[in-house]
Design a protein. Structure first.
Length: 135
């Protein structure tokens, strides 16, 4: 299993394994449904296109470098536009959508799992400030 998938799965399954070890005060039916949901989540992660994720990671690294250069040269508007375009492309990626569906399975299992940052969180922040360049 690739490292990213293994890490996400491990984090999401930690509460499940804790419950499974001591029962977590849950009945057997609830434990069984948690284990079944964990299996569904694992199967879901197996359907994520790892090659596409690698390509997205490489593209993200290249975009970050480009954005840093734009920010450092004072081209904040262009950097913000480039960041927005990439974030939209990233969000529409089939692999990211698949990861989101896998996360929804985990969320149904354990409703208190924290959400990843909503893009709305960043709507009033500038990419150059986020990257640490105050140009």
């Amino acid at each position: 299993m690739p490292p990213l998938k293994a890490l996400v799965l491990a984090i999401l399954l930690m509460p499940v394994t804790t419950f499974a070890q001591d029962g977590g005060g849950l009945g057997q039916d609830k434990q069984r449904s948690l284990i079944q949901a964990a299996e569904q989540m694992r199967a879901c992660f197996n359907n994520v296109d790892q090659q596409e994720l690698r390509e997205l990671q490489q593209k993200a690294e290249a975009i970050e470098s480009k954005l840093r250069g734009l920010c450092e040269s004072g081209q904040r508007v262009q950097a913000q536009n480039e960041a927005l375009l990439f974030s939209q492309e990233f969000a529409r990626s089939p692999s990211v959508e698949q990861l989101r569906r896998c996360g929804d399975i985990g969320k149904a299992m354990i409703p208190d799992i924290p959400e990843f940052d909503d893009p709305e969180t960043y709507k009033d922040r500038h990419i150059c400030d986020t990257l640490g360049s105050n140009q």
